[in-house]
Design a binder for this molecule. Structure first.
Ligand SMILES: [Zn+2]
Length: 326
């Protein structure tokens, strides 16, 4: 697919296109970002542009090479992932790939390989890759995809050009969902909760999510530090394991972002299906106060990510949110 079809990563694409035009693409890239944010699409678009026989810095979409890549059957592209019943990418898989890369390309100017997810390479597999990353046989292009570059051996990291993908904005997730045929109402419900991942958005169960969203809105509308039970009960009900709590915090972030939009006089919000509840968040406190709360939610999210106890983190956050005195 041409780069123009990739949403939300304009700056990264500009950098890649510049290196394509200058003939200065790296041998090995490490694309870091949440699953479903567009890393793999971008990797394929980069390979497609590199192989395209018509355009220097993009895929034309019509030459035989572009068409084969779109059809998923270009013989010079290799994908490495854990085998169906295996957790890790094995050293045998890597050896086979290295052997393939050393052969002459069938039709492209060079071969290309995508390793996904790279953090699942066993230590021996990762070690066997080091020399390949430094000097890929046949000038091959190697792209590693990962959710967290920190989980890779530093010797692997340092041999790749690291490119960090930000999560998609809810608006981009929304338009991708609508493009994929999801009903607009369902798309509007899941897009803000997907943490910037199209994959996650497609996985979210609509009905369960709607029930959870309503429960969250109801709890936070009742928070009041003068009735402390409203704080602790809400934290008790809404906290869960780390992932569930992060999901809740993403939901709160999206509510408060919308409330700030409304407070600033911008009528466009992503949580359109619960607009009255968002309006009441926006009018219950001043705009500066809602901005402070937005920052507090971000801070809570960071601390839960860094291993803070979810229940205690929510106790604290809800205490701040329930303080109507400011
Ligand atoms: Zn082409």
């Amino acid at each position: 697919m041409p780069f123009a079809e990739i949403l939300g990563h304009d700056r990264i694409i500009e950098v890649l296109r510049r290196s394509l035009r200058g003939g200065k693409t790296a041998h090995s890239y490490l694309f870091e970002g949440v699953q479903g944010c567009g890393r793999k699409k971008t990797a394929l678009a980069l390979i497609q542009a590199l192989f395209c026989t018509t355009l220097p810095d993009d895929a034309c979409g019509v030459c035989p090479s572009c068409r084969k890549i779109d059809g998923g059957n270009h013989p010079d592209i290799h994908f490495i992932s854990p085998l169906p019943d295996k957790r890790d990418i094995s050293i045998e898989q890597l050896r086979e790939m290295q052997h393939e890369l050393a052969l002459r390309p069938y039709e492209a100017p060079r071969k290309a390989c995508i390793i996904d997810p790279a953090e699942r390479m066993s230590v021996s597999a990762a070690n066997s890759l080091l020399k390949t990353l430094e000097e890929p046989p046949g000038n091959a292009l190697i792209i590693l995809l990962t959710e967290n570059a920190g989980m890779l051996l530093s010797t692997v990291r340092s041999r790749c050009q690291l490119i960090r993908f930000a999560p998609l904005s809810p608006e981009h997730v929304l338009s991708l969902l609508e493009e994929s045929g999801m009903a607009p109402e369902a798309a509007a419900l899941v897009a803000p909760m997907a943490g910037g991942s199209l994959k996650r958005a497609l996985e979210l169960d609509n009905e369960a999510l709607a029930a959870r969203r309503d429960a969250v809105l109801s709890r936070i509308s009742q928070l009041n530090v003068n009735r402390i039970a409203t704080v602790f009960d809400a934290a008790e009900e809404l906290s869960g394991n780390r992932d569930a709590t992060l999901e809740l915090l993403d939901m709160l972030l999206s509510f408060f972002r919308d409330a700030v939009h409304l407070g600033a006089g911008n009528g466009e919000i992503v949580n359109r299906s619960v607009r009255p509840a968002i309006e009441s968040i926006a009018t219950r406190r001043s705009l500066p106060r809602n901005l402070e709360l937005l920052e507090s939610i971000y801070e809570t999210r960071r601390s839960v990510q860094r291993n803070a106890n979810p229940k205690l983190a929510l106790d604290h956050l809800f205490m701040v949110m329930g303080d109507g005195g400011r």
